[in-house]
Design a protein around this ligand. Sequence first.
Ligand code: AHR
Length: 501
Amino acid sequence: MKAQVTAHARYTIGDIDKRLYGSFLEHLGRAVYTGIYEPGHPTADENGMRQDVLDLVRNLNTPICRYPGGNFVSAYNWEDGIGRKSDRPTRLDLAWRTAESNQVGIHEFADWAKAAETEMMLAVNLGSRGLDAARNFVEYVNHPGGSYWSDLRRKNGQADPWNVTLWCLGNEMDGPWQVGHKTAAEYGHLANETAKALRAFDDKLELVVCGSSHSDMPTYPQWEATVLEETYDQVDYISLHMYFENYEKKTSEFLALPEKLDRYIGTVSGVIDYVKAKKRSKKTVRISFDEWNVWYHERRSDAKRMKQWDWPHAPVLLEDVYNFEDVLQVGCILNTFIRRADVVRIACIAQLVNVIAPIMTAPGGAAWRQTIYYPFQFASNHGRGTALRLDVDCPRYDADVAADVSYLDIAGVHDADSGTLTFFAINRYGEEAMTIDLSIEGFGKARNVEHTLIKNDDLEASNTKEAPDTVTPIKIDGAKISDKGVEVTIPPYSYSMIRIK
Ligand code: AHR
């Protein structure tokens, strides 16, 4: 199969916000306890933070990490996680039917984030609580001193404020499963009043209002219109979530799902424009896609197990083991965000450790990379700069979710500082290799090309504690420099990163 791809220096989509490669850690299952935090683990520091996990996180180069939820945040009292650890209460977490020991709270997470070289993106509880708890939390986190909450933070050992700028106004408030679920009008009003209060404290905060939990929600996209009509002047981003499922085990259908993601982004972008026009506003709200990933491997069995258990602390939950097929999907999702970088400014892989995550740990034992670690790591490290508007000519197929799905999924990024062009290419065709004639007009002649490939003949191949390197990237030769750019051949069902200097 052949594909013709043209990149031109003048055809750009826009600058990529580095926060497109954000991540997410929720108090859920073993994400925190025995994930990032495990006192007594051979690699734990004096604060109980696992250094083996921190190394893997740092290598992802994720610039922000959303915390503490997720569904968890909607019944969370942030004050439970401050002060002497021995005085902190154990609470029942209604979202996941577990016990929360509160041994990790905002201080511990802030120290961890600093060590992980990532910025905090914090969520406030607009489910069981509201404006008052939110404003107190922001004062605790961001005020230098001389007030009740900031002095309490100082007394608890943190003299300097953390100065967190990015705040989520609740989580998935459109979902009936959410503690404190609301109608769009109720939520819009609360979010707007909360945003006004937070802005009265600091008008430089960047605020994220909840959009739909996914595009199959019955309230989508009216939810976005109603919520934005209430909040447009006070917020900077609207959050969207989407998880990708493959219960039918049909690769061509599974890999077409990013088309649905693209439509979702396009529709919400249209709703933003509609409300902007209605408000006669100069400001443009952008999208924060702050939960996305493949999630189906353990989803149904977890839902059953959860109903039966007796409020365990940090149980195994949502520990999907990712396979090679998921590498292709994660690659296509990230490419979609790059191609929509003008409207999607923030995106967070959900999640980071153990819970539907690129990093897994064994309690007391090893930490390893799941298969999906690699496409995320490559995009995060090399997908920064200017997103390119590519012209792609290649065979297409019809899927249930969309017609005319290109067998080649490709995104291109120009990093002007290093003078590098990076292309992420997924061959969605399983029967044949694909030769890509990649022309790079207006960028000068290619001098050097590097091709990194992830390929396994078994779509189900995964990385486990026993065999952590079953699916790993390799560098391959064969890419040829041509007059107009490069020619590169990618195997059937494969992920490639092609870097040209
Ligand atoms: O990431 C797992 C859960 O998925 C989050 O808690 C929730 O926001 C979403 O439904």
